[in-house]
Structures are given as C-alpha cells and as structure tokens.
Design a protein around this ligand. Structure first.
Ligand code: TA6
Length: 296
C-alpha cells in the first residue's frame, strides 16, 4: 500500500497528522477554497470558502480517537442508517480507517482525492460481505462534491443504507431555513416514525427536529439569514434526505457536543436512509452530492 504522504501535490494536497494524531488530508484550491478529510471514516471535517469562511460545523467536544466517530463535518453512515438494524449506530464506515487511493489537481484548478474502504476481519465479523467502497471528494472554487460508489465484491447479494450526514455551519439556527421539501413525504423519528407530508416551503427550527424525507427532490437549499449565505445541496442517485437539529435536551445528552452548539449547526443529509440499495455480486451503485455556497 502506498504511503499517504506519497499522494502529496505541492500547493494542492498535503497529508499530515491532525487532531488526535489521526492522518488528515488538506485540499487547497488556487482560488483560496479549502477542505480537510480525515482517513478515519473518510470524514470531511472542514470546507472553507474562497474567502476563508468555515462552512461546516465541527463540535469543540468531538472525540478524536480511532474507535469513535468525529462529531460534525460530514460523517459517512454505511451500511446502516441510524439504528435501523443490528450494526452499530450509523454502521461502521465512519469508525474505520480508509486508505488514500488517488489525489489529483485538475486542469481547471479543482482538487480531488479518492479514499477507499474494503472489508476487514473486523467488518466481516459485523457484516459478512466483501465490498469496495470509494469516496471521491472534489474541491472547486465554490463547491464541494462527494461522489460515492459501492461494489459488491462477494458472491452473495447484499443491501445497504447510506448517508452523507452533513453538518452545515449556521450563524443562528433561529434564522436558518431549509427549502425545497414542500410536498415530500417524511417519517418523523421523534413521533414514533409517524408518516406525514411536508407542508412548509421553508422549514424553520424551534425544537428538536429529526425527519427522514423519502424520495426527496434532488435540489435543496439552506438559507443562513444571519450571514446571507445560501447553501445549495444537489444529490444524484440518492433517494432521500434527513433534516436534523438536536435542540436543547438532546444536545445536553450528547457527550461529544456542546450544550449550546445546536444554535450553530444544521444537518441536511443525503443518501438512501428510508430505503435500501440492493447489490448483486459484482454490481456497483453510485451516488453523489454537490454542496455549493453563494449569497442571497
Ligand atoms: O441523522 C439524524 C440522526 O439519526 C439523529 O437521530 C441523531 O442520532 C444523529 O443522527 C446523530 O447520530 P450519532 O450516532 O452521530 O450521534
């Protein structure tokens, strides 16, 4: 296996120990944008605009150990979403070490790295399937693309759920809104999975919110009115979306999350969380999400 540092590209890709000594890949775009990805969980922990504004939330209380997920950024939830099965919460992809497979500076200045996860003795004990999971992160001047592909490398079919569990940074949750979900059926995780249809064109927040939107539109947005920033979220090949804010009580129950941090974060997640993706042997699935940032 190639040493991670052998993928370095001067001025574009650097690899060095990050928090907790965990290996971190830093991407730098010539226009000034930046991103950071830990090999632990293939976890994006930072995405900065060309002006240097941090666009993702990262908890000041996050763990930085190989056996726990990082709190914030973009956790990769796979092959299970939440507690919808026998695996650890949100599966095992986010608590395993991934390997760096490729790093590239494209002709247009964009910077891309690909990380890979395959089965290990530990994952086989949890989930008896061989697989090849690749996450490609591409940093452009005003967008960040996460492209995922999963191949069934075994002889038996399997199915999985997947979520890119993105924690967006907002200046004030009371002045943030999620747009694009009106008319979409959702399951409310806080009301015994009651199923309803979203009536609001703008979803605002004054309490814990935890909803899985089924077959959601591919184009969603977040308005961060306190800063005038607008996040675009465009998914392809991914059916569902989740909107989550823990609010007060749940924030206090989370040991790796500050009691007041719910005020400055908002999760809009993309993937297949209400449905499962079934793969026959050697079949491959692909899905991607493009995050973009602009001004209202
Ligand atoms: O995506 C929403 C959710 O499933 C919530 O129910 C909450 O549990 C959140 O994920 C965070 O989960 P975690 O295991 O990272 O604490």
């Amino acid at each position: 296996m190639k040493e991670p540092t052998s993928f370095a590209i001067p001025g574009a890709v650097a690899i060095a120990p990050g928090n907790g000594g965990l290996p971190k890949v830093t991407l730098t775009h010539r226009a000034g944008a930046g991103a950071e990805v830990y090999l632990h969980g293939a976890h994006v922990t930072s995405w900065k605009s060309a002006k240097g504004e941090e666009l993702l939330f990262l908890s000041r209380e996050s763990h930085w150990t190989a056996d726990k997920p990082i709190r914030g950024g973009i956790p990769v939830c796979w092959p299970q979403f939440g507690g919808q099965g026998p695996l650890p919460q949100h599966g095992f992809a986010r608590t395993n070490p991934w390997t760096l497979a490729r790093a590239k500076k494209l002709d247009n200045g964009d910077v891309a790295v690909a990380l890979r996860l395959n089965e290990t003795d530990a994952t086989l004990k949890l989930w008896p399937h061989r697989f090849a999971f690749e996450l490609c992160v591409t940093l452009a001047e005003s967008s960040l693309t996460l492209a995922t592909s999963v191949r069934n490398a075994g002889e038996q079919p399997f199915d999985f759920q997947i979520a890119l569990h993105t924690y967006f940074a907002v200046a004030d949750i009371h002045r943030a809104a999620v747009c694009g979900l009106r008319g979409t059926a959702f399951v409310d995780s806080l009301r015994n999975n009651a199923r309803e249809v979203e009536q609001r064109s703008e979803i605002r927040f004054d309490q814990e919110t935890d909803r899985v939107y089924i077959n959601a539109p591919d184009d969603l947005s977040i308005r961060d009115e306190a800063t005038g920033r607008v996040f675009g979220i465009r998914k392809t090949g991914m059916a569902d979306a989740v909107v989550w804010n823990p609010w007060v009580a749940k924030s206090q129950r989370m040991s790796d999350f500050g009691d007041d941090e719910y005020l400055r974060m908002l999760c809009v997640e993309t993937g297949n969380m209400a449905t499962h993706v079934a793969l026959a042997p050697n079949q491959q699935w692909q899905g991607a999400t493009v995050l973009s940032v602009g001004r209202a």
